[in-house]
Write a protein that binds this ligand. Structure first.
Ligand code: 0X9
Ligand code: ZN
Length: 335
């Protein structure tokens, strides 16, 4: 079972409500926050921070940052992030080893980086000529970006074939922005945006990573069973500390049963989260591609099994993402 006991995919309002409730019920341990900028459709991006004496922001502790749902249709990414929050809050009371790890770190969690896109996908209904599926499989943000004026009005429209209005938030960071593996046109599924950090969604993450001591981050996506590390593109130099980076990625992958590799092994991408954060700050950053079958499979498969590690597909002895996140946190904690 999951730390929260959840058995179905959350709606956007449930994420917000639950994060704020966790903070309200645990005032010294959990702080809810709203990211610097609202989205183009006016939504708040809500996160929480979990630490002993959480409001003492300048206590100098290293930060572990877990985020989900850059991509709208990748619902399990948000679920794994919020379940990790419950894991830490529950564990702080009930599990001495988790209490110890929380005591040595600060934990920032933003389950839904792209709430405009997520709410379109999660609440998908047929509209006009477009089927429910066109909306449910939305990937990008709702930014009008360089789209023609007729696409800037009304709801965040999807259209057939998946060529949707919006910017790909995982091509809009400054890391190698403008290189291979990112679309140049507004209707590309990997549209990079008009310039690095042209979108509020990526500026919000830049703000957190730049202002705080983020030592390790995991950005959650679906699907392919991967633990990816920089670089995202083949024609750049790998991190100077690639051996250490690889060792950590391999360790996380030994827990969730995924494949550990540099991101460019999947395909070239530029402007991704950790290709910016690593070269901007030196903090470690990984992309987890959760699951093996679909962007949002049935909850039991995409969330419960992948989080707890009991899925037959993961194989005996695998701890699932719960254990991978705990290993990441142990890596963040002072000895
Ligand atoms: O293309 C992406 O943004 C990611 N795959 S997804 O199916 N979730 O869209 C992969 C990104 C891999 N590259 C880096 N993380 N650098
Ligand atoms: Zn993704």
């Amino acid at each position: 079972a999951l730390p929260s006991g959840r058995t179905t995919y959350r709606h956007l309002y449930e994420y917000e409500y639950e994060l704020k409730e966790l903070a309200r019920k645990n005032p010294n341990l959990v702080r809810a926050f709203t990211a610097a900028e609202p989205t183009i459709e006016g939504r708040d991006v809500v996160g929480i921070e979990i630490a002993t004496d959480v409001n003492n922001l300048a206590d100098g502790k290293a930060i572990d940052f877990v985020m989900g749902v850059h991509h709208a249709r990748e619902w399990p990414a948000g679920e794994h992030a919020i379940e990790w929050a419950y894991e830490l809050v529950n564990g702080y009371r009930a599990d001495p080893s988790i209490r110890s790890l929380v005591g040595k770190t600060r934990n920032i969690i933003v389950p839904i980086v792209n709430p405009d896109g997520f709410s379109i996908s999660r609440e998908a209904e047929p509209k006009g000529d477009f089927s429910r599926f066109d909306y449910e499989m939305k990937r990008k943000t709702c930014e009008p970006a360089d789209s023609p004026p007729q696409f800037r009005t009304g709801v965040c429209m999807a259209n057939p074939g998946g060529a949707q209005r919006g910017t790909d938030p995982n091509r809009n960071y400054a890391g190698f922005w403008g290189g291979n593996g990112a679309g140049l046109n507004w209707n590309s599924e990997t549209f990079r945006g008009s310039q690095p950090f042209s979108e509020p969604e990526t500026r919000n993450i830049r703000d957190i990573v730049s202002k705080r001591q983020v030592t390790n981050l995991i950005t959650l996506h679906t699907f392919s069973g991967l633990v990816l590390r920089p670089p995202g593109v083949a024609d750049v130099r790998p991190p100077l500390d690639e051996p250490t980076f690889k060792a950590l990625g391999d360790k996380l992958a030994s827990r969730n049963g995924y494949t550990s590799e540099p991101s460019w092994g999947l395909y070239d991408t530029t402007g991704t989260t950790e290709d910016w954060s690593y070269w901007a700050t030196g903090g470690y950053g990984f992309t987890f591609e959760i699951g093996t079958v679909a962007f949002h499979p049935p909850y039991q498969d995409g969330v419960v099994a992948e989080y707890t590690g009991v899925a037959p597909a993961l194989g005996a002895g695998k701890g699932g993402n719960r254990q991978a996140f705990l290993d990441m946190l142990a890596n963040t904690a002072d000895p």
